[in-house]
Write a protein that binds this ligand. Structure first.
Ligand code: NAD
Length: 501
């Protein structure tokens, strides 16, 4: 029987899908109805320890598995994920509420990382230099670290686990995944397909739970590297605790992404892009555009943008007319409603108000309609905090320089975009903006996996980012070898300096 059916979500430990011995479970709900569709166990300390111990044991053999063989597992995995694309998207849509097409996108962006992991033989090649001294050559190898772990958020339950374990495992590491307790069914199906692709038992382990389980991973002496994606406070906690325990940590966190609208931009392109990038996925994307910065006369487009946003309707995952789904939980919905209320109290002008949103047939869904504020200032909470809901804030400035100043003074630096037909303005923006991912006439510039996902400032704690070449460096050590193979005996006496002879 599939582990993703039935009420109790299983753990994946020692290559087996097993029921946890815990007595504590977290309900997994359909956010459009509140129906409990599964229960995620809070793995016991002993189960987390077993997962780590087995990952450590499996590392002994997996690290020596030839690189092309590791690549072939990824090739088979990629093919299986594609074959099961619709099925995975259905599981994902049911537990997150995302529309089916958006859920397919979530899976697809993960498949692309697996394709990159299948290139591992070329990616893990080191460097060589001949004759660095007379008769001496130097070359480097890239070797795996050991047991790595990943702690993932609710909003991309396929893509974000797939940012992590395929790259880490392709490098020769073993992996313990702790997915979000709010939508663990998709990651479990990913794990089943990984096993089906021929990954040896124990290379990947999946445990469930929340802070208590994560704490064991953060402090465990056998965990060598920690990848985290989630909110800022938890990201800071993970980074501090992991590094305090002398581990490598990459922690991707929250965001406040600005889109700068120059008056020379193509108006229709701007409006279409802003609508999708702000309220798509109910705004629950770390790269969502949450602030539109109108430069000069482009502010005249605000009423038209408002009327387009007002037409957008959320709905259930399998309603083809739905533009986006519900918020992940009643608590998340309440938080967004509170932020909207604060925006009104602080003096922003609410042009589109999604507060009393209803969807026919789904009276209990966590719905919030598209919401659009104009006259937003830097001092307001709706500008300063990540809302993580379908809410767009408009700020007006006079010049590109002012727009740059605003974006650069924001503590977040995940993504940004500029809409313009002026190459010089685009060039100035891309060069001077202090944000790690920049789109030019592209609202959500998430790089494909041959690059890396390069958020800056409070959107990322660490130095090496997810996927691409940076992931290879994050999940590996470099070993540099300096070798001399003399053809005849040399006797130059002891060398008392550090100079190679
Ligand atoms: P979250 O921080 O609540 O949870 C993320 C993970 O951390 C989950 O697995 C959770 O179980 C665990 N966790 C929660 N509290 C913990 C604690 N006190 N100690 C240890 N672990 C804990 O995040 P979320 O609500 O699932 O995800 C939404 C957030 O993720 C948003 O802020 C969003 O911007 C961010 N995000 C960032 C990126 C990025 O690449 N920068 C991508 C996606 C999401």
């Amino acid at each position: 029987m599939s582990t993703t059916q039935g009420l109790k979500v299983k753990l994946f430990i020692e290559g087996e899908f097993v029921e946890s011995q815990t007595t504590q479970y977290i309900p997994v709900t359909n956010p459009a109805t509140q129906e409990v569709i599964a229960e995620a166990p809070c793995a016991t300390d002993a189960e987390v320890e077993r997962a780590i111990a087995h990952a450590k044991k499996t590392f002994e053999t997996w690290r020596d598995t030839p690189v092309p063989e590791r690549a072939r597992v990824m090739m088979r995995y990629q093919a299986l994920l594609k074959e099961h694309h619709d099925e995975l998207a259905t599981i994902l849509a049911k537990e997150t509420g995302k529309t089916f097409e958006d859920a397919k996108g979530d899976v697809w962006r993960g498949i692309e990382v697996v394709e990159q992991a299948a290139n591992i033989p070329a990616l893990m090649m080191g460097e060589t230099a001949e004759n660095v001294a007379r008769g001496i050559d130097t070359y480097s190898y890239i070797q795996p670290l050991g047991v790595c772990t990943g702690i993932t958020p609710f909003n991309f339950p396929a893509m974000i686990p797939l940012w992590m374990f395929p790259m880490a495992i392709a490098c020769g590491n073993t992996f313990v995944l702790k997915p979000s307790e709010q939508d663990p069914l998709t990651p479990m199906r990913l794990a089943e397909l990984f096993e089906e692709a021929g990954a040896p038992k124990g290379v990947l382990q999946v445990i469930h739970g929340s802070k208590a389980q994560v704490d064991i991973l953060l402090k465990h002496q056998d965990i060598k590297a920690i990848s985290f994606v989630g909110s800022v406070p938890v990201g800071q906690y993970i980074y501090r605790t992991g590094t305090e325990h002398l581990k490598r940590v990459q922690a991707f966190a929250g965001a406040k992404n600005h889109s700068v609208i120059m008056p020379d931009a193509n108006k229709q392109m701007v409006i279409n892009n802003l609508v999708g990038a702000s309220v798509g996925a109910a705004g629950q994307r770390c790269m969502a555009i949450s602030v539109a910065v109108f430069v000069g006369q482009s502010k005249e487009w605000i009423p038209e943008l408002a009327s387009e946003l007002a037409k957008v309707k959320p709905g259930a995952w399998d309603d083809p007319k739905a533009a986006y789904g519900p918020l992940i939980s009643p608590q998340a919905k309440q938080r967004v409603l509170d932020m909207i209320q604060k925006g009104k109290e602080e003096g922003a002008e609410c042009l589109v108000d999604g507060t009393n949103c209803e969807v026919d047939g789904f009276p209990n869904g966590n719905w919030v309609g598209p919401t659009f504020f104009s006259k937003v200032t830097k001092e307001m909470s709706i500008y300063q905090q990540e809302i993580f809901g379908p809410v767009l804030c408009a700020v007006e400035v006079d010049t590109l320089e002012e727009a740059l100043e605003l974006v650069n003074s924001n503590p977040f630096g995940n993504g940004t975009s500029i809409f313009t037909t002026n190459g010089a303005a685009a060039r100035k923006y891309q060069h001077e903006v202090e944000v790690g991912q920049v789109g030019i006439n592209i609202p959500i510039p998430v790089p494909l996996p041959f690059f890396s996902f390069t958020g800056w400032k409070n959107s990322f704690f660490g130095d090496l980012h997810a996927y691409g070449k940076q992931a290879i460096r994050f999940y590996s050590e470099t070993k540099t070898i300096t070798a001399r193979w003399p053809e005849t005996d040399i006797d130059t006496g002891p060398n008392m300096t550090i100079k190679l002879q």
